[in-house]
Design a protein. Sequence first.
Length: 402
Amino acid sequence: MRLLFISPFVPHPEILHAGGQHLYHLIHDLAPHHELHLLAYGRGESAEQQAAIRGLCASVTIITPAYTWGQKLGQLRRGWRHPHQLGRRTHFEMRGAITHICEYAKIEVVHLAWTEMARYIGVIPAQVGTVVNLHDIEADVRPRELALYPLGMAKFQAMYRTRQLIRLEQTAMQQADHLVVCSETDRAWLSKKIDPRRVSVAPVWTGLEYNPLPIEKIVPGRLLFFGAMDRIANRAAAEFLIQEVFPLVVAEYPTATLRIAGANPSPKWMRRAADHPQITITGYVPNIAAEWAAADVAVLPSLIGGGQVTKIVQAMAARRPVVTIPFGNEGIGAPVGTAVELGKDAEDFAAAVLRLLRDGSYWDTIASGGHEFVRQQFDWQTSIHTFEAAYRAALATQREST
């Protein structure tokens, strides 16, 4: 099948966020069986990073937006001849590239990665099938994320983006031939609004082979949180742990330590860790499996939830017990008390952590139950087959309509 992927980033092996890793491995595993083309926004990827994805695709087209107003005005100063397109150059170029690639490559199905790429669905030729991969239900997740921002310019920017993503989600629901989501919870939400036959579930790539990591490497009492610290949801979760949960844990388990791993912490966050000898903020870590191996308990509160919280699945796959809050488990659906522990507030969360630290038998129940659950429910090859079935369904829909 001839497929065109339209992405808001260039996927490559070194990309840091889970969505980029998912898309790279999807393309990697589809490439031997299909003719793939990629159209993506560029973000300054190196030649080596670009080469990794070019080796998998028949063609790769990268269009680099002007991300700041300074860059936009710089384009105008350099002789951009269409001032009315200021701030919209990328969209004009993307639309032209979509039309060109679909025509010359005889594309059969377009895969729109992420909700925001639904902005281009109206450009895709009528005879071409369309599949949109929704990683979250924006109408649920974005208002929760918006509530985390303090009043100020960042909140107003987030309000604009929230409205935009919810509108694009509605566009995808109305116009895409097929939708692929990450969880049964998200499919149930969509099935109340559109024909459920247009929706499939494909859990995202997690990067672990579901082999339990050896317990000999565990640092007793170590609590691990993982997440990119330039995302407000991760910063708020870390704040919840540092300010509300960890003091309650240390009060009863004085040797406990809290380790916060993830790229791009601000200098302010690094200084905060220096003030507390039992808290470590690592910044970027090249080997997250080693972090899970050393963790005694994975403390992973998700304050906004979403389709699938990949870090929770990774921790379970590593056979480490997970404590989260209800939002964190809504898209995963792990049995509470046998595969995951939940805390509704700081006191509940700390109590769950303390029980796992003190009770070896219970630690083993949650760790083993979580590992077995994700081993059965999150098979990557099944996800690959689901995407292929979605492409076939989208193509069949277009052939029937024409």
